[in-house]
Structures are given as structure tokens and as C-alpha cells.
Write a new protein. Structure first.
Lengths: 114, 110
């Protein structure tokens, strides 16, 4: 497709369950980013991939959060043993490269933990 | 790391009014600067960018100038429309990440 695609758009899970969020970047984009956006706040950086290599995961809030991009295209953000504070919108973005190129965002996955 | 300060919202304007949303940043070096817009229920859309000092980014009637001396990147539009109602984010980009503030909500009324 023409843009960044994320699925599902909405996810409701019970506390303690594991969830997986998918991101399909723009074709040919080398760089892929995950952000977390709490209600009423700006997005906060979670992690970054260049092709299949995860070069920065400094923003992941705990070891319950794990991201992968095994073939350098589609990426999955996994959250284990979800907690209520994980409720947020998770945004994925991609760009042609790193050097000052604009990031193009998907519509996000709204995660609600009950 | 980078940080950004935007004016508090919501900003409420009448249609055709002049818009200014202030943005100042702190950064290591001279990052590219971006404005993103987020409509309700949607992801962020790139509005405009500037990559070096004194560059002016513009799009859809919006513009912003990269001011190195004041570390600012204020967003302006001469005549807003109801369809401009959204949340606007200023973001310095450095290396592998964008740094966002809390955003400024704009409401434009008839």
C-alpha cells in the first residue's frame, strides 16, 4: 500500500495477557520506528530498526516490551504480561533512511488493558 | 537529548483568523525540524519541515522558519479554516528519533 499500515486498529486485552501489534512500513523504507502515545500526550520513542537490525531500544519501558523486524520489512511489537499502564496508542513510522528524512506514520493501534 | 516546548492549548480561533503556534527546542547540534498534525483518531501527518538555519518550510498555507539564534520554529498560517482543527506537534529530529512535545490543540470555529 501507499502508507504505513498498522493492525489491529483497536486491541482490548485483560491484564496479564500478551499482545502483538503489527506494522507494515512503506515499501522500500529502510528505517522503522515505534512510538507510544498516552492520552493527551505527544508520542514517545520506543525503538528503532534499520533494516532488520534493532539499533536503539532505549525507549522500551520494561523488559516486557519486545520488538522485531526479522526480514527488514514488517515489524511486530510484543508486550508480555500487560499492565494497565500499557494502555496507549502505539504508533509505527517508517522513513527512507535515518539522516533527517521525514518519518511517515501509520494510524496507530489503540491498546486498552482492562 | 532533544526537548521541545510548545504553547499550551487549546487555541480557539475564528475562521480566517491568523494563527501562530510557538515552538522552542533544545538540541545537540542542528537537527532538522518538523511540524506534524494529528487529526482525531488518526496518526501523525507531516505538515512541513526545515533542515537548516533560516530555511522556511511551507505546506497548505502553513509556514515555519528555522531560527537557530532563538532555537525556535514557530508555525504560522494567515487564514485558518475549520478543517485545520487538529493537534499540532513540533518535533526536532536527531539521529534515529523524533522528540515530541505535548502538542497544541487548535479549534477553529465558524
Amino acid at each position: 500500500g501507499a502508507g504505513v499500515s498498522q493492525s489491529p486498529r483497536y486491541k482490548v486485552a485483560k491484564r496479564g495477557q500478551d499482545v502483538a501489534l503489527r506494522c507494515d512500513p512503506i515499501s522500500g523504507h529502510v528505517s522503522l520506528f515505534w512510538y507510544q502515545q498516552a492520552l493527551g500526550q505527544g508520542p514517545e520513542f520506543l525503538t528503532y530498526f534499520q533494516n532488520e537490525a534493532q539499533l536503539d531500544k532505549s525507549g522500551l519501558p520494561s523488559d516486557r516490551f519486545f520488538a522485531e523486524r526479522p526480514e527488514g520489512s514488517v515489524s511486530t511489537l510484543k508486550i508480555q504480561r500487560t499492565q494497565q499502564e500499557d494502555s496507549a496508542v502505539y504508533l509505527c513510522a517508517s522513513s527512507l533512511s535515518v539522516d533527517n528524512q521525514p518519518q511517515h506514520f501509520g494510524d496507530g493501534t489503540r491498546l486498552s488493558i482492562l | 537529548g532533544n526537548s521541545v516546548t510548545q504553547m499550551e492549548g487549546p487555541v480557539t480561533l475564528s475562521e480566517e483568523a491568523f494563527l501562530t503556534i510557538n515552538c522552542t527546542y533544545t538540541a545537540t547540534g542542528y537537527p532538522s525540524l518538523f511540524w506534524y498534525v494529528q487529526y482525531p483518531g488518526e496518526g501523525l501527518q507531516l505538515l512541513l519541515k526545515a533542515t537548516k538555519a533560516d530555511d522556511k518550510g511551507s505546506n497548505k498555507g502553513f509556514e515555519a522558519t528555522y531560527r537557530k539564534e532563538t532555537t525556535s520554529f514557530h508555525l504560522e498560517k494567515g487564514s485558518v479554516q475549520v478543517s485545520d482543527s487538529a493537534v499540532y506537534f513540533c518535533a526536532p529530529g536527531g539521529g534515529n528519533k523524533l522528540t515530541f512535545g505535548t502538542g497544541t490543540q487548535l479549534k477553529v470555529e465558524l
